[in-house]
Design a protein around this ligand. Sequence first.
Ligand SMILES: [Zn+2]
Length: 341
Amino acid sequence: MTDVSPESWMQVRPEGLYCKPADAFVDPHRPVGRAIVTHGHADHARSGHETVFATAETVAIMRTRYTDDAVTGAQPMTYGERKDLGNGVTLWLAPAGHILGSAQAVIEFGGRRIVISGDYKRHFDPTCAPFELVPCDVFVTEATFALPVFSHPPIEHEMAKLMRSMASLPDRTHLVGVYALGKCQRVMAALREAGYPHPFFLHGALVRLTQLYEGLGYDFGSWQEVSKIDRSDRDQFRGRVVLCPPSALADRWSRSLPDPLPIMASGWMQIRARARQRRAEMALIVSDHADWADLLETARETGAGDVWITHGRVEALEHALKQQGIRAKALDLVGREEEPE
Ligand SMILES: [Zn+2]
């Protein structure tokens, strides 16, 4: 057997993390021949690859966001299904608990296993399969919220806050800024869980992805598109939830609503300045990522001797892992923006 040290077969290239013997990239940020895509968020799932290995849900999301031909060479996989990538490399996908279809890429070669977490979370989320711990030699982790200050509250806590506000401010349209993929559907599901009985009102930009979830069997109860409701009938929004993309919280569109109360739902809402940037008057801390404690705990639980950190707040996590005796290092990947949470 030749050298199978992980660094010899999993490398950082300008396009992204590269599995050399399989000639495949993980979440490449520009078009490549063979791409393993962990999930449908835009900074992970770019269009234009010749072949895409991803869950069927992620492929469906990519087809919805781009065009059908953006994902011509898709090889949809189910969780746990093993795929031979050639040259002795095996790929399988494990649930990451981040959004619908999100996966950890499990890549095995030369008797070693590398798990690339993609984005993941450990908190319960009824809109996707729960995170599955996969023991490995190398764990490649995200680090979006890798500072001790980040501790995400249970979503029930945040939804209760929103329900209380609707009860105490029944004249105001509760306009909640959510990202279209994942956050929107999770907030709707959580509000139903909290007992919210009314139809949701959705900005048009949230409709297609919500319908995609529904097509896959997820049920958010009744909802209507805001633009389909006559301006003269919009008083029904008072004391109710209207969902929109974050960019619409403070734009012209929101002025067509009666007395809007801008609210932002995001993991970043733990930082007050972020809420102010969004001109949100209320902040709901709803994160689809692991918080500090979960990042450390998960890395430890995988039993990996090596942890590579892909993006986010690298230094603090690297330091904390080293203190636990884990060999940690930051991967210098280009093209990764801060996750639009
Ligand atoms: Zn993501």
